[in-house]
Design a protein around this ligand. Sequence first.
Ligand code: F6R
Length: 607
Amino acid sequence: MCGIFGCIIREGEAVKLITDGLKRLEYRGYDSTGVATIQNGQMSIRKDKGRIEEVVSNLRILDMEGQIGLGHTRWATHGAPSMENAHPHTDSNESIALIHNGVIENYLELKDELLEKGHIFKSRTDTEVIPHLIEEEMKNDIGLQEAMLRVLRRLRGSYALVVLSTHEPDRIFVARNESPLVLGISDNGTFCASDVPALLPYTNQVTYLRNGEMAVMEIDGYQILKISDETRVGRETQEITWSPEMAEKQGYKHYMLKEIYEQPNSLKDGLRLQERYLDLLTQFLDRGKEVFLVAAGTSFHSCLAGSYILSKIARITSIPVVSSEFMERYGSTVGIDSVVLTVSQSGETYDTLKAIDQARMRAATVLGITNTVGSTLTRVSRAYLIQQSGPEIGVAATKTFTSQVLVLAQMALRLAKSRGKLSQDELDELDEKLQKVPDWVEESLEKLADPIEKLAESIMDEELFVFLGRGISSATALEARLKVLEITYVPSLAYPAGESKHGPISIIEDGVTCVFVCPQGETRPHIVGSIMEMKSRGARIISICEEGDSDIIRLSDQVIEMPKGIPEVLSPIVYIAPMQLLAYKLAVMKGLDPDMPRNLAKSVTVP
Ligand code: F6R
């Protein structure tokens, strides 16, 4: 969601670090940019709707002086993108500048109270009530910290807040509830940001703020307090091993492309999971009478693939559920015997965290798979695994999908072993194939770059795509559809191929492009029938199949041939790679920015 950066430094101008930090958070998606600094006790604020470069140059933001300041990139939730609605927001005297990520649920009631007291609002945001409330509290002759604590206790909803004020020109105050906020420290000063990549050029020593905490930043350190009772919290800093270069594009035109090509390596890392955590997670999973796999978006597609894998390898029935639907659907049945395995790249997705809250309240065992060390998901899960994909900057998830499925496959293998569900030979063979997955992905990406480019050229003007697969390949088809849809904006459908004759087939007519995912395996004979159904209605058939699969090749107009020997149960990890590349190429050919699809954010931390 919104990007946040703040710093107090000894050397240099804060504004330089703020604008660089905000640029590293661009992947979170945004519509407006704003900065505030203090120099000689004077506050300056510049903000507007638009991209960082644009706003920085139009408003000459780099001329702003001071060694303390904050910056924000806004992703609208209340009030349209505009200069007035851009952050920072201020109190009546412009002595408090505040930036916020999240949603204040009770802002209307707070605003009414302030309006009655004569406060005038410039924006339509929920955020603006906060500096006005602080101003109001300070009339009681209390300091900024006390005023902020009183206000924070009144706020309902989610927030990561950063406050700069001429009342205390050498300090920055931050607070968190549900929206992520991380603090950093170096010889040059202290920093805060909504996400680690913004801090990496300045420090790798960080502390994650937790829900219900506030921190007071000064030049040489920060003090964390509980908002409820002001008790001091002692927390060690953590060392982040991601280098700044790891979070940059490394010569690729877009982060998405770089991340697609990083998959052979991220998958190798994904095979190096810590044994004892893998064991712990599988033991918990094994104890559940019912197993839910809960996630959103791409992570949900990982869960969908995971449910086939758990069933086929470990003979475990699991129920994949979209996190925003979890409570409505299973809220009254989830309980002490349920295991809720949640999957979230960011570990901060609002809907997923809400589902976890509810599951925990009903005494279910919550397990997590995430890419983000120190994220909320890691703190609220009974046990968790870090999927080891490395930072993913492109908004469209690519390498994190394949790592998640790989983690789920490893869990399934463990379970199959402990439950005695597969013979030693079967286990050894699957394990051997699992180890080959990174190489298969590498081989496919190398061989298929040109064919995918040509394929993309031939279909770039299509106005509709239909993705179809059977069994586990229906998860691959859904994920391929999501990639194409979210970055090319071309309306697209995805269905289990067998289901398409129950309705979706009605849209098939001459020339409609149908993409079939058809690895070798149990479902392979059935997919032929599905292809014929579509072909006989005039569809143009594109198939992604095993190299040399003559039946499929004969029936298709265009084919993408994949390496031989990939077992169907692991196929989503490999078969999705050319589909990601296809989506990427289509977006670039259409002149779109695949890293920043419209209306989307990398981490959806609001309801
Ligand atoms: C799609 C995409 C989103 C995320 C979803 C969940 O490419 O990236 O659909 O998968 O917002 O995010 P996490 O995994 O962080 O919970």
